[in-house]
Write a protein that binds this ligand. Sequence first.
Ligand SMILES: Nc1ncnc2c1ncn2[C@@H]1O[C@H](COP(=O)(O)OP(=O)(O)OP(=O)(O)O)[C@@H](O)[C@H]1O
Ligand SMILES: [Mg+2]
Length: 256
Amino acid sequence: MSMYTDLIDNLEILKLDNIKNMLPGYLDEMKDKNISFTEMLYDLTKEEIKYQTERAAKVNIKVSAFPFEKTLDDFDFSYQPSVDKTELYDLETLRFMEKSENIIFVGTSGVGKTHLAVGIGMAAAKRRISTYYITFNDLINQLVQANSENRADIKIKYFCKYKLLIIDEIGYLPITKEGAYLFFQLINKRYEKKSTILTTNQVFSKWSDIFGDSVVTAAIIDRLVHHSHIIKIKGQSYRIKDRNVEMQRNIEKEGV
Ligand SMILES: Nc1ncnc2c1ncn2[C@@H]1O[C@H](COP(=O)(O)OP(=O)(O)OP(=O)(O)O)[C@@H](O)[C@H]1O
Ligand SMILES: [Mg+2]
């Protein structure tokens, strides 16, 4: 075995995959250019760090379970003038997480609530901050199921471990009082400790219809809103725009 193959083995053991892949080309280049050993080591380690950071970000985005991978850069702010672009990009810096603040997106269907919540979540996941996306109904179903097995506490702890939790679609379906109380326990545990992003199509005054208990509803809203950024989106559904573009395309195709 040559020293070169031993070196490749060492890189493999150290899991320096990028250096291992770059090495042959780099060694050829070294012969042509006058590259010093320090420069070579610096270049290779710099590229390895970049590679490992990108790989970790991809893994973190995958485990965050987003319904789609879209960022704020993919959001057409000109279509939704009620959304303050500067505020959103400020939230994307994740400063709000330092103070365990929440974000609540309120608006009718298709205005971009999930897109913006995911966009901020993606920024967190890319920075390897533990992030998790779940719809409100999935969350409640999991909590109620766990409660029926006497392990609600464990499940609530599980959802509390995420530094950023995104709870999407509050208010699409009403839930039981048991579900509402379990949700209160989760919000209470995360309160002032961890940030949560929520989306809803219902104004707060309608939330007691979702939770079925005005006392629990008030306690939930109180904690969520205390340190929060409430983003009200007033505008047309982007899905209508997509539908119009699609219709226009069909008309052009059919030559009408
Ligand atoms: N302003 C926008 N620019 C670009 N894409 C947008 C914009 N608004 C929405 N979209 C896209 O339109 C689709 C619907 O948006 P989204 O899912 O965020 O809506 P929503 O407010 O969560 O609606 P719902 O209440 O029905 O869940 C998504 O594919 C999203 O990426
Ligand atoms: Mg949505």
